[in-house]
Ligand binder design. Structure first.
Ligand code: BG6
Length: 607
């Protein structure tokens, strides 16, 4: 997820572009750049790091002349944050300049073709490939829109592209598929943006460009085209949100926006490692078949992902798994053998304890694999192997979409290890992958039910203690549900392996105590129900999370939220959603700062 802006008007473009980018930094902030045409000359300025560096480099845009330009703030997916990989990108023959938001899935295939045509590349980005592909066709047919549509017909993936051409210095072309893009006109000036906040200051009248459509921006006018280059009509729509709401996409908080971005985060992460129903992972040199033990090492919610992965890995790979708190692992002098693998999970890739744990494993000569969400982060750079989640930037301190992306990446890794060890036949692998591909839609289905959870939460904003119980994967999901509640609603809560409750903590159950049972594992269902009944008989009020069809649970639970069915290895990804929503609504009902809860930080880079 990156931020794109474009401006074609009667004033200096650079300050307008930088202003717009400053409103889109929540979409990506590891590097930025602008390109502005002044007559037929284009000036491209890029900088690594937050937008501030680009502001300093251009003296807040004052040093860049021209009234027509494009800009970009980046969230790296292909190629670490660097000036070369930052956008805008210029084509090999310097005819085309672009900025892009999205993921081009077949970029390597296209790049190989262009290399055969003599093209040379300076970056690792998929965007430079698209830029050269457009140039390749432009040099063939000299028609901007035709060249762009030729490229669109060959590109697979998602894109919002803003394209400028040396031969058309006072026009900006746009192409879109799946990634967001809006266009606006006001006072003889035209605007492009990935999202409303960037242009709200100038206009509330915007156009939404459709999938596989193009547009051309001239000063104060915009024309739209379909893939055949035929002009199409577009209806102008008025934006009613204020700037704050706009950044959150109309949601009240980033957390709720990110909860609703989980289907896309899961889909993008799955698409990045599953191609044509085959798992594609770059683990060259890792001797999977002879692994003696796997150590998952992490902190916070990433540790909860590790807990869930333990059940799935041991079941699908038959490799013993240890789950380690990074802050304990780094000082415990853990017993590690050269045939072990240490997997470090981290959204930020910068958490100090997790980084130190990784370094400890490397010092002991143990292979390390990192699962991170931030390209170019320390843990990503130092691990022997790195797999990226594609959740995009996560602003809210309490993780949701990165957690869900880590879970599905863990599932696919377990399936891959099981296949490599000859434990999973092709047919079984295909079955698991087809189940995983139903997850995004099923998460959307759970989100549609949110109003019921809002109603339930409103009854418990004064709760003092809340308990979560589950068995197997449900215990791991309960841990995450409990942490979400603590993080943002400041309500004391504990998660217990359901069978453990009667060995102590059940003493805390009294009249009206809210107990939440996660009951998705058919083999363990009856057991968990009986533990819930034990608590009900001591006065607990029971909420349950169960798959559709388990309606007999209403004989026990006072309130049940149902989730769609899916293979039970993966159902945790659905069961966690109602728990995220419950925590969110409880925090909102208490009027708390959902996105920036007290005493917490998005990434703890100190010990
Ligand atoms: C905490 C965050 O600071 O660190 C949690 O608030 C997160 O959301 C934990 O789970 C670990 O962070 P990371 O970046 O290593 O996954």
């Amino acid at each position: 997820m990156c931020g794109i802006v474009g401006f074609n008007g009667n004033q200096q473009a650079a300050p307008v572009l930088l202003e717009g980018l400053s409103k889109l930094e929540y979409r990506g902030y590891d590097s930025a750049g602008i390109a502005v045409f002044n007559q037929n000359e284009v000036e491209i300025v890029k900088a690594k790091g937050r937008l501030k560096s680009l502001m300093e480099k251009t003296n807040d845009g004052q040093s860049v002349n021209g009234t027509c330009g494009i800009g970009h703030t980046r969230w790296a997916t292909h190629g670490e944050p660097s000036e070369d990989n930052a956008h805008p990108h210029i084509s090999f023959h310097e005819k085309i300049v672009t900025v892009h938001n999205g993921i081009i899935e077949n970029y390597q295939e296209l790049k190989d073709r262009l290399l055969k045509e003599g093209y040379i590349f300076y970056s690792q980005t998929d965007t430079e490939v698209a830029t050269n592909l457009i140039e390749f066709y432009y040099l063939k047919n000299k028609e901007p829109l035709k060249a762009i549509s030729e490229a669109m017909m060959r590109i697979r993936g998602s894109y919002a592209l803003a394209v400028m051409m040396k031969d058309y210095p006072d026009q900006i072309f746009v192409a879109r598929k799946d990634s967001p893009m809006i266009l606006g006109v006001s006072n003889q000036e035209s605007y492009i943006a990935s999202d409303v906040p960037a242009i709200l200051k100038y206009t509330r009248n915007v156009y939404y460009i459709g999938n596989l459509e193009m547009a051309c921006l001239k000063k104060g006018s915009i024309s739209f085209y379909n893939l055949d280059g035929e002009e199409i009509e577009k209806e102008c729509q008025e934006i009613k949100w204020d700037a704050q709401a706009a950044e959150k996409g109309g949601y009240e908080h980033f957390m709720m926006k990110e909860i609703h971005e989980q289907p896309k985060a899961v889909e993008d992460t799955l698409n990045s490692i599953i191609k044509d129903n085959q798992i594609v992972l770059d683990l060259e040199g890792l001797d999977i078949s002879n692994l003696s033990q796997i150590h998952f090492v992490a902190c916070g919610s990433a540790w909860h992902v590790s807990m869930a992965c333990q059940y799935i890995f041991e079941d699908l790979t038959h490799i013993p798994v240890r789950v380690e708190l990074a802050s304990e692992f780094r000082y415990r002098n853990p017993l590690l053998s050269k045939k072990d693998l240490v997997i470090v999970i981290s959204q930020s890739g910068e958490t100090a304890d997790s980084l130190a744990a990784l370094r400890l494993a490397k010092e002991k000569g143990i292979p390390t694999l990192a699962i991170v969400n931030v390209l170019g982060s320390s843990i990503a750079r130092e691990a022997d192997y790195v797999l990226y989640t594609l959740a995009g930037p996560e602003i809210s301190v309490a993780t949701t979409k990165a957690y869900s992306a880590q879970l599905v990446l863990g599932y696919v890794l377990a399936i891959y290890f099981g296949k490599e060890k000859g434990l999973l036949e092709e047919e079984k692998v295909r079955y698991y992958l087809s189940e995983l591909n139903t997850l995004p839609k099923k998460i959307e289905r759970v989100l549609e039910d949110k109003e019921r959870l809002q109603w339930f939460a409103s009854k418990y904003s004064n709760a003092k203690d809340v308990f979560f119980i589950g068995r197997g994967i449900d215990y791991a999901i309960s841990l995450e549900g409990s942490l979400k509640l603590k993080e943002i609603s400041y309500i004391h809560s504990e998660a217990y392996a359901a069978g453990e409750l009667k060995h102590g903590a059940i003493s805390l159950i009294e009249d009206g105590t809210l107990l939440i049972g996660v009951c998705t594992q058919s083999q363990l269902y009856e057991k968990t129900i009986s533990n819930m009944v034990e608590c009900k008989s001591r006065g607990a009020y029971l909420m349950a999370v169960a798959p559709y069809g388990y309606y007999q649970i209403e004989d026990t639970a006072n309130f049940t939220t149902y989730i769609p069915r899916i293979d039970e290895h993966f159902i945790g990804s659905l069961a966690v959603i109602p728990l995220q929503l419950l925590a969110y609504y409880l925090s909102v009902s208490k009027g708390l700062d959902v996105d920036k809860p007290r005493n917490l930080a998005k990434s703890v880079t100190v010990e």
